[in-house]
Design a protein around this ligand. Structure first.
Ligand code: ADP
Length: 272
């Protein structure tokens, strides 16, 4: 029996793609697609040619996060597909799409370790994968699943490039804060009053960034887990309402002054 013709075709197609990076997460909603999109924007802004492949076939977010909504996107309503059909589509993406000469192919995978992961890893075996970046939030519930993700990578021989702790604390420009005064019938908007008070009494506060811990990270978060599991920790990205807005609007956050609470953290991770 000769070599699998699909793998041969994938290897040929991928020969023009210099680097392949998988972005994984144990759970959904931790910011994996946001990170994939911002990573792709950052690489493109460094003058690299970048392809971004969303293999979350049942719940793709990338078109929106790249600002491609409304363009000619082939989309099937409410995809409910079984494994073999998803595998077929992933194979097609790797084998039949003319990616051209590109520096990076970023692959945004669905959360967990499902059929799609096994197929993408199998297909990419035909070529060389740089490795996987795993995105998590600081809570233990998310970290437990990250351990599974790391073990999956070890088992299938995909190097773990590192773990990103996203939504690590909340950072917000002081001037974006909303102040409320608890009242008898619900909360009363006290923002204008508070801002006037601050302008008068302590104007230096207006250039300060407010930080708060949202999730319990007393057990050490992702950094400690990385240390225990012997994989690199890439850094923390705070929860930043402006980053959320940039993602919702399909924009890069790096050249955006408003994203000053999160862009430097993301940039330092990507530089690594
Ligand atoms: P996943 O791909 O892991 O399911 P998403 O990237 O879709 O998660 O993120 C879920 C939501 O959280 C999105 O609305 C996104 O804009 C928002 N989000 C992600 N990371 C951050 C962050 N650091 N600060 C604020 N909002 C964020």
């Amino acid at each position: 029996k000769g070599p699998d013709p699909d793998l041969v075709a994938i290897a040929e197609r991928m020969a023009t793609v210099k680097h392949k990076i998988l972005v994984l997460s144990g759970k959904g909603g931790v910011g994996k697609s946001t990170f994939s999109a911002q990573l792709s924007f950052a690489l493109a802004e460094m003058d690299h040619q970048v392809g971004l492949l969303d293999i979350d076939i049942c719940g793709p977010s990338i078109p929106k996060m790249l600002g491609l909504e409304g363009q000619d996107i082939h989309q099937n309503d409410a995809v409910i597909w079984r494994g073999p059909r998803k595998n077929g589509l992933i194979k097609q993406f790797l084998k039949d799409v003319d990616w051209g000469e590109i520096d990076y192919l970023v692959v945004d995978a669905p959360p967990g370790t499902s059929d799609e992961h096994i197929s993408i890893v199998q297909y990419l075996q035909a070529t060389e994968v740089d490795g996987a970046i795993i995105v998590t939030t600081p809570q233990q519930v998310s970290l437990i699943d990250v351990r599974k993700e790391i073990n999956f990578c070890k088992k299938v021989g995909v190097p773990v490039l590192g773990v990103v702790e996203n939504m690590s604390g909340l950072r917000q420009a002081f001037t974006d804060l909303k102040f409320v005064k608890p009242g008898l019938a619900g909360e009363i908007d006290a923002t204008e009053w508070a801002m006037n008070y601050i302008k008068e009494k302590a104007p230096e506060l207006l250039s300060v960034v407010a930080c708060s811990e949202v999730f319990d990270s007393s057990k050490g978060g992702a950094e400690k887990m990385c240390h225990e599991m012997g994989v690199p920790f890439l850094g923390k990205v705070p929860m930043d309402p402006q980053l959320c807005k940039a993602a919702e609007e399909g924009r890069s956050c790096f050249a955006d002054q408003r994203c000053s609470a999160s862009a430097p953290a993301l940039k330092s991770i990507i530089d690594k």
